[in-house]
Design a protein around this ligand. Structure first.
Ligand SMILES: *[C@@H]1O[C@H](CO)[C@@H](O)[C@H](O)[C@H]1NC(C)=O
Length: 349
């Protein structure tokens, strides 16, 4: 194209101008698109970190994946629910009961890669192993955290929730650090491995803290004491430096357990065994429900029991005694395959 001609020159200038304008407009559009995208990510991040809600290791690729997903808003909602502090307090109780930090000494297996440097211990996995009767507890954990998997073999009476990815273990440990009272050696080693500072928990469990609920879900028992004519809650542990620090005096308002040491078996037991205070046991577990279905069923019956417990001493052919025996039978039969072996069964049937 020649530029001698004025019109040609004009036409060229016009074209150049249009092209520049076009590029400029494209540039602006692109800039704003990027900016909006960046803001969205930014909002997403701050939204979670404000409430401690972002798994610390969530990478931007994960966020993009989440954004691409059409159930994004649903996912967002679920993530924001799960990080509720109370959930992790309960989970710490579950882990102190039946959790396991699988920390292994890598040197014994393969000394070469780590010789002379770095950590010697490796956190392979974190597991929670429960009887199949209590699978609901494992489902709650998985459905709330959306991490891990539940392994359940056909011929085994138990199932296991397991996480083994480093980001997932980092996320879990960051959230239960400062809440674990019993599985301390495992937690400490896990913290070392992941480069986290271990935080010691307060052993004086605060009023209505869900930690006790998690501990009872796993290690506790809700029993019917026929002689004492009451519903009890008992916990028994190996007596060690951690269990001896556990202070459960304040967790159930108005109800202190008795603490019983047995030298011969090296155990420490916490026993809630008072008739008048049964109702406080009920109140606590209504606030902090158990996810062990049969234990929750048992504890939920306490109020009904208070109404009929004095019928125990009525004549065997009376309506009162029938109410009493019906209650106790139902109570011990619920999800209990060995209810017929209960010692007092012939006294109520
Ligand atoms: C049941 O209660 C009686 C009477 O209070 C008590 O002596 C007994 O130790 C209790 N049984 C168990 C298994 O705790």
């Amino acid at each position: 194209m020649g530029l001698n001609n004025y019109y040609d020159y004009f036409a060229f200038g016009y074209m150049l101008g249009t092209m520049c304008l076009g590029i400029y407009l494209l540039y602006i559009a692109y800039y704003y698109l990027l900016k909006i995208d960046a803001n969205r990510k930014f909002n997403f991040l701050t939204m979670y970190s404000k409430n401690d809600k972002l798994p610390v290791t969530l990478k931007s690729t994960d966020i993009q994946l989440a954004e691409n997903c059409k159930e994004f808003s649903e996912t967002t909602r679920q993530i924001s629910d799960f990080n509720d502090k109370n959930f992790f307090k309960w989970l710490a109780g579950i882990i102190d009961g039946d959790g396991n930090f699988d920390v292994r000494n890598i040197n014994s297996a393969d000394p070469a890669p780590l010789r002379g440097r770095g950590p010697k211990l490796v956190l392979k996995a974190i597991r929670i192993k429960l009887h199949n009767r209590d699978i609901r507890i494992l489902n709650r954990i998985q459905n709330t955290l959306h991490i891990g998997r539940i392994r359940s073999d056909n011929n085994k009476p138990y199932s296991i929730w397991i996480i083994s990815k480093k980001e997932e273990m980092l996320f879990l440990i960051n959230n239960i650090n400062g809440l674990i009272r019993l599985k301390v050696p495992g937690l400490k080693k896990s913290c070392d491995y992941l480069g986290i500072d271990y935080i010691e928990a307060d052993y004086n469990i605060q009023a209505n803290d869900p930690y006790l609920s998690g501990l009872v879900d796993t290690d506790g028992s809700i029993v019917f004491n026929y002689t004492g004519n009451r519903i009890e809650c008992n916990l028994e542990f190996e007596h060690n430096e951690y269990t001896s620090k556990l202070n459960l005096n304040n967790v159930i308002p108005n109800y202190k357990p008795s603490v019983v040491f047995r030298e011969s078996r090296n155990t420490i037991a916490f026993r809630y065994q008072n008739v008048k205070e049964m109702v406080f046991l009920y109140d606590y577990f209504m606030k902090n429900r158990l996810y062990s279905d049969f234990k929750f069923y048992r504890v939920s019956k306490i109020k009904g029991f208070i109404l009929i417990r004095s019928y125990k001493n009525d004549p065997k052919d009376s309506l009162e005694f029938k109410k009493y025996s019906d209650f106790v039978l139902d109570w011990i039969q619920y999800k209990n395959p060995i209810w017929h072996k209960v010692t007092f069964i012939d006294k109520i049937r």
